[in-house]
Design a protein around this ligand. Sequence first.
Ligand code: HEM
Length: 144
Amino acid sequence: MPTLALCLKESMRLYPPVPFMERELAEETLIDGHAMPPGTQIAVSILFMHRHPMLWEDPDDFRPERFTWEQMKGRDTFSYVPFSAGPRNCIGQNFGVQEIKILICRIIRKYTVELAPVRPPPIRYPQVTLQSENGMWLKFKLRT
Ligand code: HEM
């Protein structure tokens, strides 16, 4: 799989653009030993799931190779759900990924991009979409 696709997947693992989902239970459901009645509102944190140490080795490390075929073998399909899963998953996911790839290609054709020499780590700010409270500190240099 090309490097860009691997990097994109790993970025969306660490920083899922949609950090959580909500559901209402249609029937009684056993969650972690507790019987939840129908109608219970459930919040599923994609953000926490994507960094859960039971699911990911060194969860905070950026390692795009996690998404090579070899390393994906045996991994629970539901451990990585930036676009949700099941019948109500994101209908725009392929379009969204293509847009991001095109945007990145257009930027790096024109600029070299580096981390800014002084950069505070991004403070995650989960709203409907995940944002950085203190921005993203990068240095753009026009290619000659
Ligand atoms: C990186 C980009 C995107 C991400 C991470 C993303 C993520 C998600 C997630 C997690 C859900 C499930 C939400 C939930 O069930 O509460 C969702 C649903 C949805 N997304 Fe996206 N999305 C992206 C781009 C797009 C684009 C580009 C479109 C349309 C062109 C789109 C259209 C939709 C629609 C219509 C639903 C609702 C599907 C349903 O309920 O049946 N998304 N998306």
